[in-house]
Every structure is written in C-alpha cells, then in structure tokens.
Design a protein around this ligand. Structure first.
Ligand code: NAD
Length: 315
C-alpha cells in the first residue's frame, strides 16, 4: 500500500502513521501536513527514521501540490486527518474551519478521483450528530445535527464525501469517533490542559458545571479501528468508533486529581462555551459486528499512560 496521510503531524494522525509502519512492513507513507499551530514534526520522531516514511510540508488546499504528490509517490490510498480541530477556535474563526475542513477535503476528493485512488478514508467525528439525550446513542444512519462551526464543517465534509460515493462510485469510507485521548495531544484540549496545568500548579478551567459528558477513546484503539476501515470497509460505509467509557468533565477531572493529587482550589468553573453540546454518544455495533473491532484500553489505564507521557514531555 502507498498511503497518503494528511494532518499526520497532529495528534491522531501521528499515532496512525506509527501504527501503520509497525503493522505493515511493506507500506510506504507520505505525510502531508501544513504544520499549523497544532502540527508538530516532533510527533513524527519515531517515523522519521523509517525509510518508508516521507514528510511533505504543505496544505490539502493546494490542488497542484496534491496532484503532484499523488503522482510522484504513486499513492493508492488516502486517510484525511487534516483539519482545524478545536471547537473554541471555530467560534472565533469559522471561515478558517470552512476553508480547511470543507474546501480542503473537496480538493483532496477531486484529486483522489482523478488519480483513481483505491480507498479514501475521511476522518470525521461524533460531534456531527449533535447532542444526545440520556440513554440515546447515534447510529451511522441518523441525521446530522452539528452545533458548532467545527462540527458543521466536519458534517459538510462528510456530505461532500458521500456525494462523491453516490455520484461517481468513489471508494470512500468515513469514520466518526468519540473523544480521543493519549500522548501528544495539543494542550488546548481538555485532558492535556488538566494534566499540564495540574503539573504546574496552575488553575484548571472547566466549562459550566462540568456536567458535559463525552465518551473517551484511547488514540491507539482508534488507530486500529481506522486501519480496519481502510483495509476492509466497503464502498460508502460510515463507521462509528467509540469506547463506551462515558464520563462527565467533573469525573475526568477527579480521576486526574486522584493521579496527580492537586488541591480542589485549582479547579475553576468558567462560563459555558456558547452552543455547547451536553452529551455525545455513539452506537458502535456496526464496526464491532462487521470488522470485529472493540476498544481495548480502559480509561484509567490510558489516563495513567497519558499522564506519564506528559510528565516526561513537560513543555
Ligand atoms: N481529537 C479528537 O478527539 C477527535 C475526535 C474525533 C475526530 N477527530 C478528527 O480527527 C482528525 C485529527 O484530529 P487531531 O485531534 O489529531 O487534530 P490536530 O489538531 O491534533 O491535528 C490536525 C493536523 O492537521 C494539520 N493541518 C491543518 N490544516 C491543514 C491543511 N490545510 N493541510 C494539511 N494539514 C493541515 C495540522 O498541522 C495538524 O498537524 C480531525 O479531522 C478531527 O476532526 C478528532
């Protein structure tokens, strides 16, 4: 397989590259990353020494560049992680999210279609379904109700990808996962923020009452799921990926506190993010029955590993 990974200097993409290089001894990987504030070549330190890994600095919005590298490296598979990924930023600059997440994805889809790519995996999110009532879990066939500009831009990309499936029969799959956690995540996200601030004895800002609920998926489990979708997902299939480890932000904070032992006084409840969804939850029966995937990493164990990594890599 000759695989283009976009956004591979970010959190999930960098783990996915490591996963593929370790599990497929004949794979060649090209990582196309614009190195925004969220990208970091240090995330690819493990891959960088591998002769089957190549880094290209550039944007998925650059059609000429994308056309060139698909041809130059004879790419036959693509996984698109590249995105603006932080909801807070999307409230301040929604246009950037539309440009990268919607238009950038369309550029990749068009180039992939022209290059006759064998499989294209679009990385989406549970946020496209919108908030879920207690006991409710979204199925892949449910309508999309994105709340934030971030979620709307990801939903837009999903719609464009599905349009390419229906119109041209393009071999595309979509994955929609819950909240990933693990080493190398940018400190703007909840868990790294909690860990890094606690390690420095700085205030931990929690939105609203801290009752928002998310399902926590260890990043390496997500990589295993994406790999199965890349190799075995069928034309136009969408797969939810989740760990069934739903926790409120307060519960997550308490678990970090139990590991790091900081004072309650560091915890500050700040104004709720506008339009914040209270709960996300996915029905993951499709990937579990069809691709025999199940999340492996218990939240407490993954949290322990993650904290150990941040201790070692304190900025
Ligand atoms: N982190 C999560 O919990 C989560 C959950 C579900 C889905 N996702 C999705 O997974 C994907 C990866 O998320 P992440 O958390 O690793 O994000 P991240 O912000 O850590 O990484 C994004 C990467 O994309 C790169 N990038 C941004 N714009 C680009 C462009 N125009 N061209 C090329 N590269 C560009 C950045 O430099 C960065 O390396 C995203 O599509 C996100 O929507 C993330």
């Amino acid at each position: 397989m000759r695989l283009l990974v976009t956004g591979g200097a970010g959190f999930i993409g960098s783990h996915f590259i490591d996963y593929e290089l370790a599990h497929d001894q004949s794979i060649e990987i090209v990582n196309l990353d614009a190195l925004t504030y969220a990208g970091n070549v240090a995330n690819n330190a493990q891959a960088a020494g591998n002769a089957r890994y190549h880094f290209v600095h550039g944007s998925i919005n650059n059609r000429e560049l994308v056309d060139w590298l698909l041809q130059e490296f004879a790419i036959d598979h693509i996984v698109n992680f590249a995105a603006e990924s932080h909801v807070d930023n999307s409230l301040k600059n929604p246009e950037l999210f539309t440009k990268t997440n919607v238009l950038g994805t369309q550029v990749l889809l068009d180039a992939a279609y022209q290059a006759n790519i064998q499989k294209f995996v679009q990385i989406s999110t549970d946020e496209v379904y919108g908030t879920m009532a207690p006991g409710q879990a979204a199925k892949e066939t449910d309508p999309l109700h994105p709340s934030s500009p971030y979620a709307a831009s990801k939903a837009g990309a999903d719609m464009l990808a599905m349009a390419m499936v229906h119109t041209f029969g393009m071999p595309i799959c979509i994955t929609r996962s819950t909240n990933n956690f693990g080493p190398r995540q940018h400190h703007e996200k909840l868990l790294p923020m909690l860990i890094q601030n606690a390690l420095r004895n700085r205030p931990l800002n929690i939105y609203g009452q801290g009752t928002d609920r998310r399902d926590w998926l260890y990043v390496k489990d997500n990589c295993a799921a994406i790999d199965l979708v890349l190799r075995h997902g069928q034309l136009g299939q969408i797969f939810n990926i989740g760990a069934h480890q739903e926790k409120s932000n307060n519960e997550v904070t308490k678990m970090v506190q139990a590991e790091l032992g900081f004072s309650d006084q560091l915890i500050r409840h700040v104004a709720e993010r506008p339009g914040h969804d209270l709960r996300y939850s996915l029905d993951t029966s499709l990937i579990e029955t069809q691709l025999h995937w199940k999340s492996q990493t218990d939240f407490a164990f993954g949290l322990h590993e993650t904290i150990a990594w941040y201790r070692k890599h304190q900025r």
